[in-house]
Design a protein around this ligand. Structure first.
Ligand code: CTP
Length: 404
């Protein structure tokens, strides 16, 4: 997917270079457009080198008359070729131009020609932000349905303290994700997700764990955030980046995961337990490193708390979704777990199918629902599966409410 990154002429322009990289990490092709004054703060070359794309500026200096003529319809072409327009930093001047429909440079002309979703990340001095002119312009831009991210409050480059700082980059990326998806059906929801494996220590240097990569849970977190939810992700140890805009709570053992989930569940409207929680922990964790001997070593294991069952027992009207990773009788096992743990849906998957499940980017699942419905979901990326799970979860909740 292509996005235009419009860069205004403010001191925060240097952060737009890092934003370009963050957007590329999400899989976007980033097409930078710098205003003339942005080029005073950061060079087009920086963006060309980072994105590998042509950088559009308002500097005519090095261009021939032919090139300038050829570019006279470029704003229309760029408007058609990109799915999202994100402007960061959006200066007071740019906001005023956008609000009033002025078109005296490339970015403001592009804005008028662009029909897709717009994300604005304002950054400026606090007095400029609070000025009635800017306040009125922001009201106009909000009313147009643009996504506004920030500004954050804090110490500004000019030395004052107050609102005006460019929003955190992952908040801007999250807004671009949401704009790209153009769906807000989880807005107002708080989604609590557990992901990854747990680690159960034997001694200070060793632990028992499993092969969960956390990819499915992280894909669910990313999908929920893109659809407008506030997301709390309780994660065991994994090696993948936290999706933009998602609050992360790091845990290790099943007991820590239990405390984090139970401690945050009251905030949530949807709870998804995708973590592969250890069913047992070592009864007597050795305070010192266990030494090798010539004889057999036995470990005493005690059951861990069943978090899904505990949440199920006191979930109220929260929607609760569990997972069942199975090697046999997947649908029957998923249904049994759904009933015994009082979940509304269990996502069943075979862990012994080549190319899917643990560690893979793909999955193939069956959704077992408390309405009696069973929905097979064909092999797809975990990101696509995550959206399908939310599609069915929202439908299921409507059906459950209707039947009450
Ligand atoms: N689960 C949990 N707490 C545990 C074990 C599992 O919350 N101590 C959750 C998992 O996050 C998942 C669901 O329960 O959503 C099913 O996990 P699974 O390990 O397949 O279920 P178990 O009840 O442990 O079943 P079994 O070992 O008999 O297959």
């Amino acid at each position: 997917m292509h996005v235009v990154l419009g860069v205004g002429g403010g001191i925060a322009a240097y952060k737009a270079a890092e934003l370009a990289r963050s957007l590329m990490r999400q899989g976007y092709t980033v097409n930078p457009v710098l205003t003339r004054s942005a080029c005073e703060f950061i060079t087009p070359l920086t963006f060309a080198a980072l994105t590998g794309r042509k950088v559009i500026t308002d500097l005519f200096g090095n261009r021939s008359a032919d090139e300038i003529l050829a570019s006279s319809v470029e704003h229309i072409q760029v408007a058609q070729e990109n799915q999202v327009l994100v402007v960061a930093p959006a200066t007071a001047d740019l906001l005023a131009k956008f609000a009033h429909g002025l078109a005296d440079d490339f970015l403001s002309t592009l804005y008028l020609a662009f029909a897709g979703p717009v994300v604005l990340a304002p950054a400026m001095n606090t007095n400029m932000w609070n000025h009635p002119a800017t306040v009125a312009n922001m009201a106009t831009l909000r009313a147009r349905g643009h996504r506004i991210v920030g500004p954050d409050a804090g110490e500004l480059a000019c030395g004052t303290v107050g609102p005006g700082r460019l929003a955190e980059l992952d908040q801007i990326v999250a807004a671009v994700n949401a704009a790209a998806l153009n769906r807000d059906d989880l807005s107002g929801e708080v989604v609590l997700i557990s992901a990854g494996p747990t680690q159960e220590p034997l001694d200070p240097v060793r632990y028992i764990t499993n092969r969960s990569s956390g990819k499915m849970g992280y894909a669910l977190a990313e999908a929920a955030a893109a659809r407008g939810a506030r997301v709390i992700l309780v994660s065991g140890p994994v090696h993948i980046p936290v999706p933009p805009g998602v609050e992360i709570v790091d845990v290790r053992s099943a007991h820590e995961m239990r405390d984090a989930i139970v401690g945050r569940m009251d905030e949530a409207s949807i709870i998804i337990k995708s973590a592969a929680v250890a069913d047992y922990h070592v009864a007597n964790v050795s305070p010192n490193k266990i030494k090798k001997t010539a004889t057999r070593l036995s470990l005493d294991l005690d059951p861990t708390p069943d978090i899904l069952a505990e949440v199920g027992a006191r979930k109220g009207d929260r929607l609760l979704i569990g997972f069942a990773a199975e090697t046999n009788d997947m649908v029957a096992e998923a249904r049994r777990k759904m009933q015994t743990k009082k979940a509304d849906m269990v996502v069943g998957n075979f862990v012994n199918v080549a190319g899917t499940g643990f560690e893979s980017d793909l999955n193939e699942v069956t959704l077992v629902m408390s309405t009696g419905e069973t929905v097979p979901v064909a092999r797809a990326t975990k990101r696509e599966i995550a959206h399908t799970i939310f599609d069915h979860a929202l439908r299921l909740r409507l059906a459950l409410h209707a039947s009450q």
